[in-house]
Design a protein around this ligand. Structure first.
Ligand SMILES: [Zn+2]
Ligand SMILES: [Zn+2]
Length: 274
């Protein structure tokens, strides 16, 4: 079992449970060396239309900037200090990349130990689309663009769930297949991660999120098979914990077994590089 995790969410995003203290108790019980607390950064209405905010802001994340600055960050900082002799706690955000909001990511980066890049939404023409339900043969290159441009900013330590595009990808025939275009996108993401020295995350929560499908939607086997051909790629397993007990659960064990089966080299701990 892994003894570090860099992808954990608190109550503040309003779709997760638990405070820093609750996560730390689980981490200590299981002899974790490091714990990164990386709740979803505020999704600000100024970076999208009113209808997009209604659709995505409410669905994915309702932490306000006020809450981030006056509740979330002070809580993580206090926990860091309180437990400094027992475990290394790192503060972080998981944040989107939009071309219009790069300065905001830069602003938040200064307030935390690292940033996770999570592309749940991406710009396509003049609108924002969902990486879960709106990636298809026409839009997939825009998903790729968000991943590449994000990594190239140098602001992000890890691209979490890089294979999220396979959650709902459909090809020209409206079928859910991993086609040549998906292979191209996978290679580009992996090669950019190596070039920019960004970790890619094998996301254990994707196994939970695939529970209604006949196979894992993500982690996507084909994506990670391609990744296994790149020995220089840095891979980390992320719990993407939305409850404290998800730090140590069967999905992590399954992710570890999957990595072993594919011959993926998993890093024990993550070095903060960006
Ligand atoms: Zn979440
Ligand atoms: Zn995410």
């Amino acid at each position: 079992m892994i003894h570090a995790n860099y992808h954990s969410h608190l109550v503040y995003c309003k779709h997760a449970a638990g405070h820093a203290e609750d996560y730390i108790q689980v981490a200590l019980k299981h002899n974790f060396k490091e714990l990164g607390i990386s709740d979803h950064a505020p999704l600000l209405p100024c970076f999208m239309s009113v209808s997009e905010f209604e659709r995505f802001g409410r669905k994915y994340n309702t932490m306000t900037l006020d809450t981030a600055l006056t509740k979330y960050l002070p809580e993580v900082e206090a926990a860091k200090e309180k437990y400094k002799n027992q475990i290394k706690i790192l503060s972080a955000f998981e944040i989107e990349y939009f071309s219009t909001s790069e300065f905001f990511a830069r602003y938040l980066r200064k307030k935390v130990d690292y940033l996770n890049l999570g592309v749940h939404l991406f710009e396509y023409k003049d609108q924002l689309l969902s990486s879960y339900s709106q990636v298809n043969h026409k839009t997939i290159l825009s998903y790729l663009d968000a991943c590449i441009k994000g990594m190239k900013t140098g602001l992000f330590n890890t691209l979490v769930h890089p294979d999220l595009f396979m959650f709902g990808y459909t090809d020209k025939n409206k079928e859910h297949t991993f086609d040549e275009q998906c292979a191209y996108v996978s290679k580009k993401i992996i090669e950019t991660a190596i070039e920019c020295d960004v970790y890619l995350e094998l996301n254990a929560n994707g196994i939970y999120n695939s529970r209604f499908a006949s196979e894992w939607l993500y982690p996507c086997r084909e994506f990670w098979q391609i990744a296994s051909q790149y020995p220089n790629l840095k891979i980390i397993i992320g719990a993407d914990a939305h409850t404290p007990d998800a730090l140590v659960c069967d999905y992590i064990r399954q992710a570890e077994e999957f990595a072993k089966e594919l011959g993926l080299k998993i890093q024990d701990t993550m070095e903060v590089k960006h």
